[in-house]
Ligand binder design. Structure first.
Ligand code: SAM
Length: 339
């Protein structure tokens, strides 16, 4: 196990398997056009596996596949099978927008995937179409039903809450989550790369969400637990549990044990980091496992990032990056580095 300068372990690896997405969510991909990663630079499954083996040796025991939309990566189950065979990974999950889960859920389950998180921001099809610029709300709901049918448990629904967009649906989403069943986690709208339309007045804080839900349901209790998971969990009077990820107003940098591998093998130590460490180059040049281990250890041991806290300390906060900069370096995009 290795620690960074702040004593944080390297335990949680998020692997983006593609930068492509079949939605255009207003908070993530609001532009008309994007610069995509060159195909020949995308890591093959065997290359991902080699890197994961090194990360495991250094302490990683949680792996999440993400993107872009991970299910757009052709024939994903063989990668899941490779990873599921690694006993050191005690939590193997995927974050998906759900559109393709109706077809894919059984194969993902059969391949050994442990858990599924589906991003869903609204229960209203017309609002979904407006927010994502795609008319596929019914497929997302079908995807969640398929996840339950395939036998997955501990399913989560992630909802980005935006003022004036979907902040009137907190209770509707909780009710829907209960029916799936899935635990809903409300995410504060973040000023990450890609969120070029972000502004502080569109952020609904954890505190405000709790106030609104208390008005609706009565007293809400925090669930007491020790974990480095980003969501604070709460219990409604009827026992329903939900989470809030307060990354904008109360960041969890102090406990952050996560890092991100892009589909083309750049390794980022913070969601807000401007530079990543190239692992694809050395890997393709024939670096040994020991050499990769040294490279990763060297990167982690000097890690000081507290990106979300640094953002919080800024006055007059505006979007992190402008479109021109994102076009010059698509690695700065949330959909490239994996949410
Ligand atoms: N396509 C998959 C999905 O939709 O879940 C995985 C990738 S997506 C980038 C991962 C997560 O990042 C989603 O839950 C999405 O809502 C979240 N996300 C993207 N932009 C965000 C922002 N500006 N603020 C908060 N969360 C954001």
């Amino acid at each position: 196990m290795i620690r960074d300068t702040q004593g944080r372990f390297l335990r949680n690896l998020r692997i983006s398997v593609t930068d492509r997405c079949n939605l255009r969510c207003a908070y993530c991909m609001p532009e008309e056009e994007y610069v995509w990663l060159p195909r020949q630079e995308i890591l093959h499954f065997e290359e991902i596996e080699r890197l994961v083996d090194v990360f495991i040796e250094l302490g990683v025991d949680k792996v999440r596949l993400t993107g872009g939309e991970p299910l757009l990566r052709r024939d994903l189950p063989p990668l899941i099978r490779l990873l599921a065979a690694k006993k050191a990974i005690r939590d193997l999950a995927i974050t998906s927008n759900g559109i393709l889960l109706g077809d894919e859920a059984p194969a993902l389950k059969a391949a050994g995937l442990h858990r599924v998180t589906v991003s869903l921001d609204t229960m209203r099809p017309e609002r979904f179409a407006q927010l994502t610029r795609r008319d596929t709300h019914a497929q997302v709901l079908e995807g969640l039903a398929a996840v339950a049918r395939a036998g997955f448990t501990d399913t989560k629904i992630d909802t980005v809450v935006m003022r004036g967009v979907n902040d009137d649906e907190l209770a509707d989403l909780i009710e829907y989550g209960r029916s799936v069943p899935a635990e809903v986690r409300f995410i504060e709208y973040m000023d990450v790369g890609g969120a070029t339309r972000w502004s502080m007045d569109k952020v609904v804080s954890r505190q405000e969400m709790l106030e609104r839900l208390t008005n609706r349901y009565g007293a809400i209790e925090p669930v007491v637990e020790t974990s480095t998971a980003p969501a604070d969990r709460y219990r409604l009077p009827d026992g329903t549990v939900f989470g809030i990820i307060a990354s904008t107003t109360a960041p969890f940098c102090a406990d952050c044990d996560r890092s991100r591998l892009t589909a083309d093998g750049l390794w980022y130590l913070c969601l807000y980091a401007q530079k990543g460490i190239d692992l694809r180059g050395p890997l393709r040049a024939g670096a040994s496992a020991e050499a990769l281990k040294a490279l990763i250890t060297g990167g982690w041991e000097v890690r000081r990032d507290r990106g979300a806290e640094d953002r919080l300390a800024q006055r007059d906060r505006s979007p992190l990056l402008q479109v021109e900069r994102l076009k010059r370096d698509p690695h700065l995009e949330m959909h490239t580095r994996g949410g």
